[in-house]
Write a protein that binds this ligand. Structure first.
Ligand code: MG
Length: 196
């Protein structure tokens, strides 16, 4: 086998951004807690903190208003992000609004990601995400959404892993998610082993 062939067989790596690399919940809580006069200091066990319709309204505001750009810029990284960045090349997918693109690229760069233009992909729907993953196969994929991981399990050549979080445990169990990792370090180790 030539080196070129070997390079072509290299496993691609794709990861979700919010809830995986970036602590969106903490940034969101900083806005939601004073607005709704609730205590949101603990890591949530539900994706929307149990705020229901109020959470969705606020989410809509955040997505539609470029004045929230600083929110994305300030998000804290999760522990182990350096090991993910070191998997270069790694691609990051997101639902974030278009106005957040620049601050997101700067954020990724700040956390040691190489950021050529193809690093960050806005994939608005689950269908787009799966289509993209299928085209990249063989690919390792990391997400904190059990629903997305469950569907990705059906795509040939895609190895989806769920990142275990308090807010996805119940649903992961109900959906019977096959592959789960406890940390970013664990996922990076699996990828490194697979790449050999
Ligand atoms: Mg996510």
């Amino acid at each position: 086998m030539t080196d070129t062939n070997r390079a072509n067989r290299r496993i691609a790596v794709v990861t979700d951004l919010d809830g995986v690399l970036a602590n969106f919940h903490k940034g969101y809580a900083a806005i939601a807690a004073p607005r709704f006069e609730v205590d949101l200091t603990d890591e949530p066990t539900q994706w929307d903190f149990g705020l229901g319709v109020r959470a969705h309204e606020l989410m809509k505001d955040i997505f539609n208003d470029p004045r929230y750009a600083s929110l994305w810029d300030r998000l804290e990284p999760y522990e182990g992000i350096a090991q993910i960045a070191a998997l270069n090349p790694v691609m990051v997918t997101t639902h974030r609004p278009e106005y957040a693109r620049f601050v997101t690229l700067v954020w990724l760069k700040r956390h040691e990601f190489e950021v050529p233009s193809r690093t960050l992909l806005k994939l608005a729907t689950a269908h787009e995400r799966l289509h993209f993953l299928a085209a990249l196969a063989p690919v390792y994929y990391l997400d904190d959404s059990p629903a997305t991981v469950k569907v990705a399990e059906t795509v040939p050549g895609v190895m989806p892993y769920l990142l275990d979080k308090p807010w996805n445990r119940k649903s992961a169990h109900e959906l019977g998610i096959r592959r789960c990792v406890a940390s970013l370090e664990d996922f990076a180790r699996l990828v490194n082993e697979a790449q050999g």
